[in-house]
Design a protein around this ligand. Structure first.
Ligand SMILES: Nc1ncnc2c1ncn2[C@@H]1O[C@H](COP(=O)(O)OP(=O)(O)OP(=O)(O)O)[C@@H](O)[C@H]1O
Length: 946
């Protein structure tokens, strides 16, 4: 709702006590005596020097504070030249902020604000509020945080609101704390003295109170936020008046520049044209007060003035400023957010419930559908079976009847039996096993019936024959008895007569059915029993089916009922909500209307009072005139008539005026009564609405109870769901853990598989290599074995040869010795015959020859051994090389190495053996040589003495 900025004027007491003031004020206007005439400035209200602080607060700030507690932004700022009483108005005289009489608008507003908030807290059960305060000053176009001068404050335009980044925001919960904060900030405020005011405020001080409230009614959460700006501007005077120099001049220039921008903004806002640009951003002051000037705020401007002539120019300028302000329209809206958390939660709960119901219904449907399908299937099957059985029974019955008739009348039992068999086989092919059993039983029964009838007929025939025979017998017996009795009677006249009837009777009573008939009876009863059983089973199944059907129907009914109830509840809830909204809207409208009416009435009353006062004045004047008239009449008899007529004219005029006034009064009273009746009407309406609201509240309460119970249900279900969800979560976590474990295991398995594969491949490779090596080794070994074998064989052969040669040589040696001995003997013999010299020569020659021969043989053998040795060395070299190669090949295989080692050792062993053999040969050859030498020596020694 847009409304004009309210402008008020306040004229302070004269500073120098001079009598005449160029400013003559009434309630709503200031008449200024200017050199060029009188100019009237009309404002919302003018406070003269006699106005109290309370008057100013009640008129200027009270409503704004009330509105700010209701979620509307509000601004009150004081404008005027230095020393005009801005601070006096806003805060009150120094050290009097707690003085109930002198405290200014800020302390009063603060107190009132908390009064209102506390009252609301008391009034509403669920009402909470929070108040935050920032206190800054604009000095030389810089923003200073009065609550912490160290802070660097930056202005941030958020569009809807202006934020002061870096400014300390203090949270307060009572007026006293807030006033302490103000006091603290005020001390920091830059003050300086000017020639005009000893405590002149050289900066613009802005007290920013941010109010947040929350009201919970039912399920509705109303959150309101508002900002209340209380501003004490710096002096608006021209610099010349301040007589400022240096810093003061700079200050004044800055103050003026921001106030000039303020004035410019206000001028543009007061005469808005399409597309006109408001230079809010040209100064911090206007930027911060952007919302307060032509924006979302309820703003009041109070202009302070000196009454003295010497300040007339400033006062006129101030009044011009005020008049421009009065033309600015603000569009204040309540900053309210209606959160329907509760409602949403209900909606959500209902949604969830509906979902749950849907799910359950689907499940039940599915289950019931399944069961129904099963039961239907069963029913179908049973019905089919039943029908088939019935048909079969009817068929069989008719066949039995036919057969019975045929049997009874035609007696073609075999044909009937065949027919029955055919029928049964055809039926047994078609129907189920039970039907088959029943048919078989039927057939049996039929067969039994046939037998029974046969037997019955036989029995009847035999009975007939028996009866005939009995009759014949009876006749014969009676004849015989009569003859006998006749004979007896003839023979013994006193003998007793036997009663013939007693025997025949006894015979008749002694008849019993045959065992075959009895067996037939038993079989028949068994068949009947089985049939009964089958029937009971069918009945049982049918009753089960019916129970299921009825259960399904009941469940469906209850679900439909529940759905209906939910729908009803939802619709009634939405109806109630809309009703409530409508009612609250109506209520608000009525309240607003009422407020307006009250305002109008008070205004009319005031007008009426004014009129009455005027009337009273007129009446007084008339009375005075009357008195005057009387005096004049007494004094001037003659002149009286003339004057009388004049007076009568005047009187008529006055009477006319009076009549007009009376008419006015009448109209006013009429309007007043109309308004009164309207008020009464509206109050009635309000009371009806209130009643309605109460009713609705009661209904709402019931619904709320219902919702609470629903909520409880929901909570339970939610708990259940939560538990299930938790379980599910657990399961999911466990599952996921298991899955991850499984994945890891799978990965590990995969890795293991890969490793295994690689290992297997490696193993294969190694195995192949190993096999290759083994094969190589085997081959080598075989080769070596063969070589060794060959070598051994060669060695053996050689040693055999050597042995043989040795033996041969020995033999030869023995032979030679023998020969030698023989020759020696011969020679000795010859010696004996020949001379010793010649013998000696001969012996020497023989010995030399044999020695040469022997040594050449030894040499041959030694050559052979050297050759073998060389061969052996070659082989061992070869073997070493091979071993080396094998060792290289099998460097990782210790076993193989050891095997090679073993081979090597074996070889060494063999070498040793060879060496030993060689040594033996050497020894042998040496021994042989030495054995020969002593012989020769001894022979020489033996020969020498000769
Ligand atoms: N209505 C008033 N009744 C009594 N004294 C007043 C009134 N208005 C102002 N004064 C006195 O006038 C003096 C100057 O007033 P005040 O400090 O409020 O002026 P100002 O406009 O705030 O000046 P400046 O802009 O320099 O700060 C103070 O001593 C104050 O008590």
């Amino acid at each position: 709702m847009s409304q004009f900025i309210k402008t008020y004027g306040r004229i302070r007491p004269s500073a120098n006590g001079s009598g005449t003031s160029p400013l003559v004020s009434t309630d709503k206007a200031v008449n200024v005596d200017l050199d060029n005439g009188r100019k009237t400035y009309e404002l919302h209200r003018i406070f003269n020097s006699a106005a109290t602080q309370e008057d100013v607060f009640a008129c200027v700030s009270k409503k704004i504070v009330e509105d700010s507690a209701d979620g509307f932004n509000g601004t009150v700022f004081a404008y005027g030249q230095t020393g005009s009483g801005k601070t006096h108005t806003m805060l009150g005289p120094t050290n009097s902020w707690s003085d109930p009489e002198h405290k200014g608008l800020i302390p009063r507003s603060i107190e009132y604000l908390f009064e209102l908030l506390d009252a609301k807290t008391r009034e509403f059960q669920k009402f909470t509020f929070s108040v935050n305060v920032e206190f800054v000053e604009l000095y030389n176009e810089e923003i200073y945080d009065l609550l912490n001068l160290k802070n660097k404050v930056q202005l941030r335009d958020l569009g809807k609101e202006i934020q002061l980044d870096g400014a300390k925001s203090e949270t307060v919960d009572n007026s006293l704390d807030l006033m302490h904060v103000v006091q603290r900030g005020w001390v920091s405020r830059s003050t300086g003295s000017t020639a005009m005011n000893n405590e002149s405020s050289r900066s613009h001080a802005l007290l920013i109170i941010k109010i947040k409230t929350q009201e919970v009614t039912g399920g509705l959460v109303k959150e309101r936020s508002s900002t209340l700006n209380l501003v004490d501007l710096a002096g608006s005077e021209r610099q010349s008046h301040t007589k400022a120099t240096g810093d003061r001049l700079k200050e004044a220039t800055n103050i003026n520049s921001s106030l000039t921008v303020l004035g410019r903004c206000i001028r543009i806002l007061s005469k808005p044209t399409a597309g006109s640009y408001v230079p809010y951003r040209d100064s911090h002051l206007t930027h911060i007060l952007k919302n307060s000037l032509g924006g979302n705020s309820k703003t009041a401007v109070i202009v302070n003035m000196h009454p003295d002539r010497e300040f007339l120019a400033e006062s006129t300028s101030t009044l011009n400023f005020a008049q421009s302000c009065a033309l600015i329209k603000n569009a204040a809206t309540r900053n309210e957010v209606m959160t329907g958390d509760q409602e949403n939660s209900y909606k959500k709960a209902i949604q969830e419930l509906r979902q749950e119901v849907d799910e359950t219904r689907a499940k039940v449907r599915e289950e019931f559908g399944k069961r129904l399908d099963d039961s239907e299937e069963m029913q179908r099957r049973l019905t089919k079976e039943n029908e088939e059985l019935k048909a079969a029974k009817i068929d069989l019955q008719s066949q039995i009847d036919l057969a019975r008739v045929k049997y009874l009348f035609n007696g073609d039992a075999e044909q009937s039996l065949e027919e029955h068999k055919k029928l049964i086989s055809s039926l047994s092919d078609k129907s189920a096993s039970s039907l088959y059993t029943v048919c078989v039983l039927m057939h049996l029964r039929m067969f039994n019936i046939r037998t029974f009838f046969q037997l019955k007929l036989e029995k009847e025939a035999s009975e007939k024959r028996c009866h005939q025979l009995q009759q014949d017998l009876n006749e014969l017996r009676s004849k015989y008895e009569s003859n006998l009795s006749e004979t007896l009677r003839l023979q013994t006249p006193n003998g007793k007569v036997r009663q013939s009837s007693s025997r025949s009777e006894r015979r008749q009573t002694l008849y019993k059915p045959s065992p075959a008939t009895l067996a037939n009876y038993v079989e028949e009863s068994e068949v009947a029993e089985r049939l009964d059983e089958a029937n009971t089973m069918i009945c049982k199944l049918e009753s089960e089916k019916q129970t299921l059907q009825s259960k399904w129907e009941t469940a469906t009914e209850s679900f439909v009922e529940a759905e209906k109830q939910i729908k009803e509840l939802e619709s009634s809830k939405s109806v109630l909500i809309t009703e409530k909204e409508q009612l609250s809207k109506e209520f608000d409208a009525v309240r607003r209307e009422n407020e307006e009416n009250v305002e109008k009435i008070s205004k009319n009353r005031k007008d009426l009072d004014g009129l009455l006062l005027k009337i009273a004045e007129y009446a007084k004047e008339i009375e005075n005139r009357k008195q005057e008239k009387l005096t004049i009449e007494e004094k001037h008899g003659k002149e009286m008539d003339e004057e009388k007529s004049a007076l009568q004219k005047e009187l008529a005029n006055k009477a006319q005026l009076l009549a007009d006034a009376k008419n006015d009064i009448k109209e006013c009273s009429k309007t007043s009564s109309e308004l009164h009746s309207k008020i009464v009407e509206k109050s009635e309406m309000i009371s009806t609405l209130k009643k309605k609201v109460e009713e609705n509240d009661a209904e709402l309460k019931i619904k709320a109870d219902l919702i609470v119970s629903l909520e409880q249900d929901i909570a339970k279900k939610a708990e259940l769901i939560k538990q299930q969800a938790a379980k599910l979560d657990e399961n999911v976590t466990a599952l996921s853990e298991q899955n991850s474990l499984k994945r890891r295991i799978e990965e590990a398995i995969e890795i293991e598989e890969n490793w295994k594969k690689r290992y297997a491949a490696l193993e294969d490779k190694l195995q192949t290599e190993f096999n290759d090596h083994q094969r190589d080794i085997k081959n080598l070994k075989a080769k070596k074995d063969a070589e060794i074998k060959e070598y051994k064989e060669t060695l053996q052969l050689q040693s055999n040869m050597l042995k043989e040669q040795g033996t041969k040589a020995e033999k030869q040696l023995i032979q030679k010795r023998q020969e030698f001995d023989k020759k020696v003997e011969e020679m000795e013999q010859q010696f004996a015959q020949m001379s010793t010299a010649a013998l000696k020569k001969q012996e020497e020659k023989i010995r030399r020859d044999s020695m040469l021969q022997y040594e050449s043989t030894i040499q041959d053998k030694q050559d052979e051994i050297t050759e073998l040795k060389n061969l052996n060395e070659f082989y061992s070299k070869q073997h070493d090389e091979d071993s080396h190669a094998i060792a290289n090949m099998m460097n990782t295989r210790q076993g193989k190495l050891s095997y090679v080692e073993k081979i090597r050792l074996d070889k060494m062993e063999q070498e040793k053996t060879i060496i030993q053999q060689r040594a033996t040969i050497d020894r042998l050859s040496k021994g042989h040589r030495e054995a020969n030498r002593p012989v020769l020596r001894s022979r020489n020694q033996e020969a020498a003495p000769q």
